[in-house]
Design a binder for this molecule. Structure first.
Ligand SMILES: Cc1cc2nc3c(=O)[nH]c(=O)nc-3n(C[C@H](O)[C@H](O)[C@H](O)COP(=O)(O)OP(=O)(O)OC[C@H]3O[C@@H](n4cnc5c(N)ncnc54)[C@H](O)[C@@H]3O)c2cc1C
Length: 375
């Protein structure tokens, strides 16, 4: 019997496995795809995540960027040089996620890829985890199976609210875009935005909606965006994938089980950042289960509270800003993006050097005041 079975080998599953193994716990990591696996994603990562690991992520980072270029319907650009200590990382998810799993394997985590979990069952003092050929047993399970996974449902949590995102991956580098810059375009996608995260060998363009607007053809809008910047769209591969944005604090624990990452709806509802909270919740889940095994009967409950404190409190603000910003984005662009101090703060939030809670109260007040002034 394992101490813990982790279902899903994305950033949350990799992080949970790593931190459990680091504490000497036995871990089985189950992944339905063959590793390294592709995840539709733009791969922008806050460098703050390095603080949570004692190995160097550099080999898995494709580029580091230190500028942000905002546009309104492809025009009216606002370029800011980030004043952050460490630039934002651009990663290829197959490489980044696999690298983390490999570090966990070095600590003894047993990986079974091409192994889909088909169901789970609690039996007196353990979880039975069913796959096509085997039934595995563990004292604890971690749901790290992402926005499309079923673990949260099997564990009895309420149905997730899913939004739609698309990822377009261009392999060619012929374009007018700089490689040291991350791009955000507002106004072309309703209730959301288009972003472009360059990589050393191409571009990852993404589009997402955050408060409705699912009927738009995001792939078409993304391709149109790419073409306007001279990216050869014949080289582009297109993927769509749901996103589970944070939608209020909720319990993340149940009988000997925890939810992490997108199965716990951790994605920032304003920026679509999901990798940082996945790595964070993976780490906190690993710590909590280690403490539970050591005899702390409140450890799982404390996990829910810790995630609320360390991520949820900021997401309350991110959601408030998103609700105002994406409803009248032209106004949000003028009041938020076109103000250099506001853009600089947003850059610091992305880099993990500032938190929404430190600045968002004033931002929401300003946006609301401006909105009232418009009526
Ligand atoms: C278009 C798009 C662009 C994005 N861009 C960014 C970005 O630039 N920066 C950022 O921070 N975030 C971004 N995100 C969000 C980010 O990709 C996710 O939040 C993140 O991948 C969640 O990590 P996770 O570990 O929870 O789940 P995932 O990375 O989705 O991993 C879940 C894993 O579980 C496996 N699995 C599922 N079911 C089973 C099963 N039954 N048995 C075994 N294995 C199973 C899956 O195969 C998968 O490997 C983007 C998302 C989208 C859709």
């Amino acid at each position: 019997m394992y101490d813990c079975i982790v279902v899903g080998s994305g950033p949350s599953g990799g992080s949970a496995s790593y931190h459990l193994a680091k504490r000497g716990r036995s871990v089985l990591l189950l992944e339905k795809e063959s590793l390294p696996r592709h995840k539709p994603c733009s791969g922008g990562v806050s460098p703050i995540v390095q603080e949570w690991f004692d190995f160097d992520f550099s080999p898995a980072v494709s580029l580091k960027i230190n500028k942000i270029c905002y546009t309104w319907q492809m025009g009216d650009p606002e370029i800011i040089a980030l004043e952050a200590k460490e630039p934002v990382w651009m990663v290829r998810r197959d490489i980044f996620d696999h690298y983390l799993v490999q570090q966990a394997q070095k600590l003894g985590v047993e990986l079974r890829d091409r192994t889909s979990v088909l169901g789970i069952e609690w039996k007196s003092d353990r979880w039975l985890v069913k796959t096509e050929h085997d039934i595995f047993e563990a004292k604890y399970v971690i749901a790290a199976d992402g926005a499309k996974g079923s673990m949260a449902k099997w564990l009895g949590f309420k149905e997730r609210k899913r939004r739609m995102g698309v990822a377009l991956e261009a392999e060619a580098l012929h374009s007018s875009l700089d490689l040291d810059t991350i791009y955000f375009d507002f106004g072309s996608v309703q209730n959301g935005y288009i972003w472009n995260c360059p990589k050393a060998d191409g571009y990852s363009i993404g589009a997402g909606t955050f408060i409705g607007g699912e009927k738009q053809n995001l792939k078409e809008l993304g391709a149109d965006y790419a073409q306007k910047y001279g990216i050869d769209i014949t080289s582009i591969k297109q993927f769509d994938h749901p996103i589970c944005p944070w939608d209020g604090n909720q319990p993340l624990h149940t009988q000997n089980a925890l939810l992490t990452g997108e199965s716990a709806c951790m994605v920032d509802p304003f920026t679509a950042e999901g990798i940082r909270p996945s790595l964070l919740t993976g780490m906190l889940a690993g710590q909590a289960i280690d403490e539970a095994i050591a005899g702390n009967i409140d450890a799982l409950k404390q996990y829910t509270l810790k995630v609320q404190e360390e991520w949820g409190e900021d997401m309350v603000w991110a959601k408030r800003i998103a609700n105002i910003f994406y409803r009248i984005p032209s106004f949000g662009y003028k009041m938020g993006v076109k103000r250099p101090s506001a853009s600089q703060r947003m850059g610091k939030i992305l880099c993990g050097e500032m938190r929404y809670r430190d600045v968002a109260g004033a931002a929401v007040k300003r946006l609301t005041k401006g909105l009232i002034g418009m009526n």
